[in-house]
Design a protein around this ligand. Structure first.
Ligand code: G3H
Length: 253
């Protein structure tokens, strides 16, 4: 309505924080559905937040996607942190190489002078492969880094958009329709209540690893993602939201 259109960004942030019980909300101007630079502004806002809130020697786990990639891009020269360790939150989930967590993780390390470790795990693991991979000492060691991360940065996507981008089968798309999936994050799919309807079987962070001790930063914007963001936040696993005006205004409707 009229009032919401008139709300300034600060007021939008406060209302969303209140309504979704988040510790911190950052809303950048614009709608990333319309302009690509808005996604970069979300990336910049995230870097600004990290500068002030990431402890020395922290391990930072990140997911894939174009929005988290924008965070890497904005790290640039004013975020030099050779004390940090970047790790991918989870193994492959069918993304193109530039959208994969491994790629973005290496890029963040390159930009900041930090260290990184990668997870070399194929997509679509069978039960057997999963259990043999998970017992590999090298996988165990990076898994230890991942689960002890104190900062997690992740994207949120619209369910069907993400499934299609990752080359999902017709059956899987049908499953999403049947269960009315609206959101995706970490390779998990959620309905509008935030209930999990599917999880990709891969190694790394599972939703139950997210707890109060971690700073969990969700970064997602664009008015087309407002339903997805709202649904995902019903789980309240993330405490910090970085979004844009396009998504934020819809989230209060
Ligand atoms: O899990 C969600 C996706 O990684 C979001 O991807 O930032 O390219 O929309 P995106």
């Amino acid at each position: 309505g009229m009032m919401k259109e008139l709300l300034g960004l600060k007021a939008l942030e406060e209302q969303i924080a209140h309504e979704y019980q988040l510790k911190k909300v950052i809303v950048v101007p614009g709608d990333s559905d319309q302009y690509d630079w808005v996604k970069k502004e979300m990336g910049r806002a995230c870097v600004h937040y990290l500068k002030q809130h990431v402890a020395d020697q922290a391990t930072v786990a990140i997911t894939g996607g174009t929005t988290v990639a924008a965070v890497a891009e904005m790290m640039g020269s004013d975020f030099q942190r050779d004390d940090l360790l970047f790790v991918p939150a989870r193994g492959g989930i069918g993304e193109e190489v530039e959208n994969q967590a491994n790629t973005i993780c290496a890029e963040m390390a390159r930009q900041t002078g930090a260290s990184y470790r990668l997870l070399h795990v194929p997509d679509q693991l069978s039960e057997d492969t999963y259990s043999s991979l998970i017992s590999e000492p090298s996988v165990q060691s990076v898994l230890h880094n991942i689960t002890s991360a104190t900062v997690v940065i992740h994207g949120i996507g619209e369910a069907k958009t993400m499934a299609k981008r990752r080359g999902a089968s017709e059956e899987f798309l049908q499953k999403l329709t049947n269960h009315e999936a609206v959101a995706e994050a970490f390779g998990y799919y959620f309905d509008h209540l935030g209930d999990i309807i599917h999880r990709e079987r891969t190694i790394g962070l599972q939703l139950e690893h997210l707890n109060e001790e971690k700073q969990v930063i969700a970064i997602a914007g664009g008015s087309s993602k407002s339903v997805a963001i709202t649904a995902y936040l019903k789980n309240r696993k993330s405490t910090i939201l970085i979004t844009d005006e396009g998504a934020a205004r819809q989230m209060l409707n």
